[in-house]
Design a protein around this ligand. Structure first.
Ligand code: PLP
Length: 429
């Protein structure tokens, strides 16, 4: 497969963009390649600058749940653009978005729009701290909550560690109140609560951890967290940036029957435009300026074009619940098919999957947390990735990314993907 134009663009890019990319997950370093530059996309397919066509399992990391270039969303965007792009003043579309969310998502009293998932998390944490008057935030190793300073902590080998920054440029002061617990291990959370009585402002969790591959919550884990938060007066924050409107319309909260105090959204809520949101209980959300003392703002927040795109997508999902069963059927065909082939060729891999998310781990172990995910053979993943992209399958270029299935994937894309997968099993390994 020819990738000359992508290679030429990358050569130009690295001279003026750090690493040639505007977000590290787009670099192909960990798979020993240079990125394919995407020229366009339609439905389940993306096309690169060299004219190659791929079945896409990135879906812009989640937002394109209805597939790329959806005509209904495009129409909403174009129509809204014609009245101007941004006013820095209140608009009808913001009200419609907020009403739509609060009316159709349970336990959402109020919502504030922002421009990214990172901003949503950063703001939710600030609101939780303002509301409780406490400082400590509990997160889980391997959960990604965007790149704000306080969240760039993951505590290596699954041992609880207080405040070791993962990133240069993050002062210790910014992370000293971030405690890291072990995913699926309630005892690790209990220990933090007992070590810091009345000091924990919030526990934040990805209800399905989809930034260390795909790690599912074990029975009782999320409910247990919610109870621990209630018992200790801490705010329970679900980071639904990936799971929101994906596991179900009401996200993981609906799927697992949870009542989070706050929720963060991103990705699907913007349908491909830069959008995030946080919301939840009125008494917490009313801490936010201009009602309350917690400052949070944004020049482009609630941008009309972004609201139009997001609303069109959310309305469609709400009105067409069959989208979820259809994606589940596609996912079952694909992931069952992959599992069968793994068994047939006796490959030491594990599939983790839920709804329209899946991850093929290059380890035999049952992956339930960050430490175990880290046992995966990333070299073997790289070989698999290279084979798949050369056979027209666009996967996230890392062992620790999910495969995203959209409503536009079909039996045909599944069959083609399985054929490529079997090809790799036969000749690629
Ligand atoms: C992507 C992601 C974020 C960050 O969102 P951005 O829009 O990239 O800032 C936060 N939390 C989770 C769970 C995510 O997957």
């Amino acid at each position: 497969m020819e990738a000359k134009r992508s290679a030429a663009l990358f050569e130009r890019a690295v001279k003026c963009i750090p690493g040639g990319v505007n977000s590290p997950v787009r670099a192909y370093g960990s798979v020993g390649m240079t990125p394919r530059f995407i020229q366009g996309a339609n439905g389940p397919y993306v096309f690169d600058e060299d004219g190659n066509k791929y079945i896409d399992y990135i879906g812009s990391w989640g937002p394109m749940i209805l597939g790329h270039n959806n005509p209904m969303i495009l129409e909403a965007v174009v129509k809204t653009c014609q009245s101007g792009l941004s006013f820095g003043a209140a608009t009808r579309l913001e009200v419609e978005m907020a009403e739509f969310i609060c009316q159709n998502i349970r336990h959402m009293d109020m919502v504030r729009m922002v421009n990214s998932g990172t901003e949503a998390v950063m703001s939710a944490i600030r609101a939780a701290r303002g509301y409780t008057g406490r400082n400590i935030i509990v997160k889980f190793a391997g959960c990604y909550h965007g790149h704000c300073d306080a969240m760039l902590v993951k505590a290596g080998s699954g041992v609880m560690t207080a405040g070791i920054p993962d990133s240069a440029g993050v002062p210790k002061g910014c992370t000293q109140d971030t405690m890291t617990a072990v995913y699926n291990d309630l005892d690790s959370v209990r220990e933090i609560f007992s070590r810091y009585p009345d000091q924990v402002a919030a526990v934040i969790v990805e209800p399905v951890a989809a930034n260390m591959g795909v790690v599912l919550p074990e029975d009782g884990f999320l409910q247990g967290l919610q109870e621990l938060c209630r018992a200790n007066g801490a705010v329970f924050i679900l980071d639904e940036v990936i799971t929101g409107f994906r596991l179900a319309f009401g996200g993981a909260a609906e799927y697992y029957g949870l009542e989070p105090d706050l929720r963060t959204y991103g990705k699907i809520i913007g349908a491909g435009m830069p959008v995030g949101a946080y919301g939840g209980k009125k008494e917490i959300m009313e801490m936010v300026a201009p009602v309350g003392p917690v400052y949070q703002a944004g020049t482009l927040s609630g941008n009309p074009v972004a609201m139009a795109a997001g609303l069109a997508q959310l309305r469609f999902l709400y009105e067409n619940p069959r989208v979820y069963s259809q994606m589940a059927d596609t996912a079952a065909l694909l992931f069952d098919g992959m599992e069968k082939l793994l068994a047939k060729y006796e490959i030491p891999c594990t599939m983790n999957r839920i709804a329209s998310l899946g991850c093929l781990y290059f380890t035999r172990e049952h992956v339930t947390n960050y430490e175990i995910a880290g046992h995966s053979d990333t070299e073997a993943f790289a070989g698999y990735f290279r084979y798949m992209i050369d056979h027209g399958i666009h996967l996230g270029p890392s062992q620790f990314e999910a495969m995203f299935i959209s409503a536009s994937h079909t039996e045909e894309t599944t069959e083609e993907t399985l054929a490529a997968f079997e090809g790799w099993l036969k000749e690629g390994k």
